[in-house]
Design a binder for this molecule. Structure first.
Ligand code: G4P
Length: 532
């Protein structure tokens, strides 16, 4: 296999052209806004699925869902567990999956480090919900541009201008609608296309099994058919800003689209907007802030690590976002953290419905590496001879804390190994505190379900039964070595060290934090900012 580091000018321009046609994004939303439904609808439009569950299927969308689940079981790993790749209109789209439950939002934050754009999915009846706000904050921090898709327009919801106001007032994002609903939520007639003032109506397929058939109406036809609703739509949308690519890519404006994923309405328009407007992969700053051009030799970022399903081997699968260069299966790359070589012989991708061996990948693509026991979330890989290290993956402010111990004392070694593995995968954060004589590690999490996963995994994969004792903390602040003694002397406060060396001061609540801050104004107590 030729070395990946030799980037001739011709090869480099090939890489740049391949990068330019990639669109790598994730859908972020509050649970229940319709993320899974939209993912399926996108796959249907891209004809990734269709033949099986939907088009030839007897029973519509449910068949599609079960089809996917069957596939998950058969293959032992979720097709949606990392990325779905498909071709659409000459582009290669990589749609990265994010977990549905808010307790696993830390995983979502990491996925946002691997995308070039996010689709913020809103429920038309609910607008901005807590999880949407949190995730949007991360996008802002990381400079990820956001496209907004207002879903569930087929049923009653908020007034459309109130939704726009909410984006502006609550998150300072200017909506620049690309289309606009004709008819209020619940009495929806179709979409006004702002570009040419035409209207698209949809014939919904029963159960959303097929792509909704579209009919294009001229402005005159729309006016004739939907007089009042059409006039209102024109009036409303004329009040709002039009698309501005520069502010969209800078994260201060958001192209907005409307639809109903469950009946595949407005989904094609979303996909078209993504390939036309979302930014392609671009130079990624390394740990020193120097951008690494996409045409530089291969480099990649590990954003997700998952234990394999083969329990006998306890194999680890690492998902890598290609950041620069051409990835070739079989090439030996370097693991930046250790300087050791890493063989990529068994690289895989998810192409459409199949989990296939991948031979070549370009910036924006996601590669799954098996036998990745040496790799942890946030690691960089690079082509031999062309070193780079991307900034470490951010850790997030935990809000739940427990101590963990094994109830089977003969399993102490497996317990330590298991805890280490879970920390490397980012399942939970592990803290140590020298205030605890028994040496029991503190597990810290953003959401309590993370503890359940940790407990189940330690039991199943390492054969270690564990008991958790909850700790009375709900808040962490970063401090430094100077503050440790003072803080540890405060009642109800404890300083613990995270694996990355950060010192976290743990408090029961914000009132206790405020009183400690008042008494020790010089002690460093920095918030742990999501995405920073
Ligand atoms: P999530 O992944 O974001 O958690 O949401 P999911 O796709 O599971 O959708 C949550 C619920 O919202 C589902 O209903 C789904 O059918 C519904 N939904 C999604 N998109 C639309 C839409 O465009 N219009 C309407 N009216 N509903 C939509 P459910 O009752 O939980 O499940 P099911 O009985 O429909 O399967």
């Amino acid at each position: 296999m030729p070395p990946t580091s030799a980037a001739s000018p011709a090869a480099a321009s090939g890489v740049a052209a391949e990068a330019a046609r990639r669109r790598t994004f994730a859908v972020i939303s509050h649970p229940d806004a319709g993320k899974s439904t939209l993912t399926e609808a996108l796959a249907l439009h891209a004809r990734v699925i269709g033949e099986a569950g939907a088009v030839h299927g007897k029973s519509g969308r449910r068949a599609v869902i079960s089809d996917w689940m069957e596939m998950e079981q058969a293959r032992g790993i979720s097709v949606t567990s990392a990325a779905l790749q498909f071709e659409y209109q000459g582009h290669v789209v990589n749609l990265l999956d994010t977990p549905g439950h808010a307790d696993f939002s830390e995983d979502t934050y990491r996925v946002l480090a691997a995308v070039d754009c996010a689709v913020m999915l809103l429920d038309a009846a609910k607008g901005l919900e807590p999880q949407t706000l949190k995730l949007f904050d991360v996008c802002r921090h990381r400079g990820v541009p956001v496209v907004t898709f207002v879903n569930k327009w087929d049923r009653p919801g908020m007034h459309v201008l109130d939704l726009v106001d909410e984006l502006d007032q609550r998150i300072g994002l200017t909506a620049t609608p690309l289309n606009w609903p004709v008819g209020e939520a619940g009495t929806f007639h179709g979409l006004l296309d702002r570009d040419d003032e035409t209207m698209t109506t949809f014939e919904r397929a029963p159960g959303g099994a097929r792509i909704a058939e579209e009919q294009l109406l001229s402005a005159a036809e729309a006016k004739e058919r939907y007089a009042d609703a059409w006039g209102t739509a024109l009036d409303e949308v004329s009040l709002l800003d039009t698309l501005d690519l520069e502010t969209f890519h800078a994260g201060t404006s958001t192209p907005m689209l409307f639809g109903a994923a469950v009946v595949n309405v407005g989904v094609r328009q979303l996909l078209d907007a993504l390939v036309e407007l979302a930014p392609p992969p671009s130079a990624r700053p390394d740990a020193e802030g120097t951008p690494r051009p996409v045409e530089a030799p291969f480099s990649g970022l590990v954003f997700k690590v998952q234990a394999g399903m083969d329990k006998a081997h306890r194999d680890r699968l690492a998902f890598v976002r290609v950041c620069s260069g051409r990835f070739e299966r079989g090439a030996v790359v370097t693991h930046a953290a250790t300087g050791r070589p890493f063989a990529t012989k068994y690289a895989r991708t998810m192409l459409g419905r199949e989990r296939e061996t991948i031979d070549i990948a370009f910036p924006g693509d996601i590669v799954g590496l098996v036998n990745a026991n040496a790799l942890t979330v946030g690691d960089t890989l690079y082509a031999e001879g062309s070193p780079v290290a991307f900034p470490p993956m951010p850790s997030f402010a935990p809000e739940h804390f427990v101590t963990a111990r094994t109830t089977d004392t003969s399993k102490a070694k497996q317990f330590r190994r298991g805890i280490e593995q879970l920390a490397e995968e980012g399942v939970v954060q592990i803290l140590t505190s020298n205030r605890r004589g028994d040496g029991a590690p503190i597990l810290a999490a953003v959401g309590p379900l993370q503890f359940e996963v940790a407990t189940a995994r330690l039991g199943q994969e390492f054969g270690v039964p564990i008991a958790l004792d909850s700790l009375p903390y709900g808040l962490a602040r970063r401090t430094d070595a100077d503050g440790v003694a003072l803080l540890n002397a405060e009642a109800g406060v404890e300083v613990a060290e995270r694996r990355d060396g950060a010192l976290l001061a743990l408090f029961p609540d914000k009132w206790r934090l405020a009183s400690v801050q008042r008494r020790h104004p010089d002690v460093a107590l920095e918030p742990l900012v999501a995405g920073a």
